[in-house]
Ligand binder design. Structure first.
Ligand code: DMJ
Length: 674
């Protein structure tokens, strides 16, 4: 045992180092534990006094040094900590807690700027600087036409992997199978849930090609595109002069017709003007939307038509322009359409009174049309993504889920009607890709693309339906052996094909571009040839509304027959739409040439000298095509837009890996762009 005191007594004082030792005795005191404050103070003082001056100076210096370090590190680390802890608790949360708000920023695309008014609904959120809308071009003046990138085309076409038959097969054989190997070896996960995509959307990402796009050489506008601009201006002249703010132009009588009384043509044409770069016209139309477009009207509108034309048009214009006016209007009409879903089955009614907030089926039935209730999804889903209010998406997703489970399909083909009370298909046994069913098929694929190719039920239904088309509806005509899509009525095949069916080649090509099986592309190529022939084999070079194909070769007969009741042309877009997809994905100029012929024939037979274009009654009579005196809104919304895009060599002019067109040609963002 030793003690510091004993050591100090026996050794000479050591001045050159510090040694502080405590003896157990001193620590505990004699006779027991003594830890009183006074004793400790006295003992320390004694020790201190025993130290040399040098030792004391060194100790004091060390303490002073440590104190200075402490103060410095407190000021540098403490500030952010202090600022964090001073924030209200709400702001410290990384995720908002309102369930709907999870949708507010869910997209991988940068959420376009929100209107300030909207932020007011959610006081927890501090306003954020509006991110750049996904489309780089902020206005018609910035719109640049980029050079063709032919190197990209074959790549995008041939590098895609096929999900094709395998997915359908996998699902049929083994419902629980987790993934499928496509024909090109890509693994397609099939176990991803079909919950609303918005609920699992990830953090926003910067649009991939923004900077790259800005640096690219502008693509010169082509002569043919200029011709489309000229056609649009001519149509717009008539609309502006004789029907401004009304639904449709009647170019011959120089008046207008009203359907919903909501300026349908003007709204349908907004994003076309943007894409064509018609700044002045766009600004004028914007003013009308700002000052005169009012939805608080006692008027019945068709849910489907107002969704695809008005809601779709406003949403896409919002995305292209970044102008929150259009989002506000979209929210307004979206909310006013919601009463349609208040039915016993949740299958929406066809009609809604947007002023009164009531909805009803047509007077003669409680059925809705299958295409109508299944072709409003892209728009309502996007509205949920933008507003953070999931009610829109929930309502339309429920319809799709319900239809997915319904019996009454024929190898994926759906009947044309569905009852709003029972939720069951009605008028079973008739299958068509034309009127009343067409866009059901289109929206299966497009919703799958919109949601980032995760919702496998949609893809399964789509793939199965295309197999159904091949099995039941495909035939070849005589003499040219054109592949066409007929109809099936109670087991009987009819060689009738609506012009509306000509959306299908474009949709099939889009699917193939997105990795679906290559034979969809082959079918697309065959069908677009047929759709072109529906124009080329007719006297005016314009397609009738419906054709019948000859199944047997007869001398002097063409492939295409036209019944007197079907020989009208409403300036419809479907063939031009498909030509656009085909050119975009193949680069084959023949598709542009076919479209050019069609534009020239529209100019020849449907153009009204005083402004506007008109539907005609008789495509078989070039000397008198019998003008009907009506310009449908989709002529500006779709037909001329697809023409302009078809004649462009700029794949970034509405890039199909970033946008998906709704059935009225309004581009909406893909949530997870490729
Ligand atoms: C448009 O309103 C849409 O394309 C719809 O899907 C079908 N009918 C017209 C165009 O023909």
């Amino acid at each position: 045992m030793y003690s510091a005191a004993a050591a100090a007594a026996s050794s000479p004082p050591r001045r050159d180092f510090i040694s502080v030792t405590l003896s157990p005795e001193e620590a505990v005191g004699v006779g027991g534990y003594n830890n009183s404050k006074a004793w400790r103070r006295r003992s320390c003082w004694r020790k201190w006094k025993q130290l040399s001056r040098l030792q004391r100076s060194v100790i004091l210096f060390v303490f002073a040094f440590l104190a200075v370090c402490g103060v410095i590190s407190y000021t540098s680390v403490g500030e952010p900590w202090k600022s964090l802890t001073n924030k209200p608790l709400d702001e410290q949360r990384t995720e908002p807690e309102i369930p709907g708000l999870k949708l507010a920023n869910p997209a991988v695309l940068p959420a376009p700027q929100k209107a300030d008014a909207n932020l007011g609904d959610y006081p927890e959120l501090s306003p954020q600087k509006p991110p750049k809308p996904p489309h780089v071009r902020r206005g018609p003046s910035n719109l640049q036409i980029k050079p063709p990138r032919r190197d990209v085309r074959p790549k995008t076409r041939h590098d895609t992997s096929s999900v094709g038959q395998e997915l359908v097969q996998a699902d049929q054989n083994e419902k629980t199978e987790k993934s499928v190997i496509s024909w090109r070896g890509a693994v397609i996960e099939t176990d991803q849930s079909t919950e609303p995509p918005s609920s699992k959307i990830k953090e926003p990402e910067k649009p991939s090609s923004v900077e790259a796009e800005d640096q690219k050489e502008p693509v010169p506008i082509t002569e043919r595109q200029l011709a489309v601009i000229e056609a649009f201006r001519h149509a717009w002249k008539g609309y502006k002069e004789f029907s401004w703010g009304h639904d449709e132009l009647k170019p011959l009588s120089k008046s207008y017709s009203e359907w919903f009384g909501l300026g349908l043509t003007l709204i349908d044409a907004l994003d076309t003007m943007w894409i064509l770069g018609l700044k002045e016209e766009f600004e004028e139309a914007r003013k009308w939307v700002a000052n005169d477009l009012v939805f608080d009207k006692n008027v019945d509108v068709n849910l489907f038509e107002s969704t695809i034309r008005i809601l779709g048009g406003l949403l896409s214009t919002y995305h292209l322009s970044g102008d929150s006016l259009f989002l506000e209007k979209a929210k307004d009409i979206g909310n006013r359409l919601m009463p349609a879903f208040k039915t016993p089955s949740k299958i929406p009614y066809s009609d809604v009174n947007i002023g009164r907030g009531t909805a009803h089926p047509p007077r003669w039935t409680s059925d809705s049309t299958v295409a109508e209730v299944t072709s409003i999804q892209l728009e309502f889903r996007e509205l949920s993504r933008l507003t953070g209010d999931e009610k829109f998406q929930k309502a339309v997703d429920e319809v799709m889920k319900h239809v997915h489970t319904l019996s009454g399909k024929n190898d994926g083909l759906v009947p044309m009607f569905i009852n709003t009370n029972s939720g069951q298909f009605t008028h079973l046994g008739v299958y068509t890709l034309g009127a009343r069913a067409d866009s059901y098929y289109e929206y299966l694929l497009k919703q799958w693309i919109q949601g980032g190719k995760k919702e496998n039920e949609l893809l399964e239904d789509y793939m199965r339906a295309i197999e159904g088309v091949k099995k039941h509806l495909l035939q070849r005509s005589q003499p040219k052996k054109l592949t066409f899509v007929g109809e099936l009525a109670h087991g009987h095949f009819s060689a009738k094909m609506d012009h509306l069916v000509c959306f299908l080649p474009g949709t099939l090509a889009l699917g193939a571009h997105n990795g679906l099986t290559a034979d969809h592309m082959q079918l697309a190529e065959a069908l677009i040839e047929t759709c072109y022939q529906m124009y080329a084999q007719v006297e005016t070079g314009l397609s009738p509304e419906i054709v019948h194909f000859n199944l047997h070769a007869e001398k002097g007969h063409k492939d295409v027959e036209i019944k007197p009741a079907d020989r009208h042309n409403l300036l419809r877009p479907e063939t031009v739409e498909s030509l656009f997809y085909m050119y975009r994905f193949t680069g084959d100029k023949k598709y542009q040439d076919w479209g050019w012929e069609i534009l020239q024939n529209f100019n020849k037979y449907t153009r009204v000298p005083t402004g506007g274009y008109t539907s005609i009654n008789n495509v078989q009579n070039p000397s008198n095509p019998e003008p009907r005196d009506k310009m449908e809104s989709f002529f500006l919304g779709e037909t001329l837009k697809y023409m302009f895009l078809l004649f462009s060599d700029d794949i970034d002019l509405i890039n199909l890996d970033k946008y998906v067109f709704n059935t009225e040609a309004h581009p909406l963002p893909i949530w997870v762009p490729a």
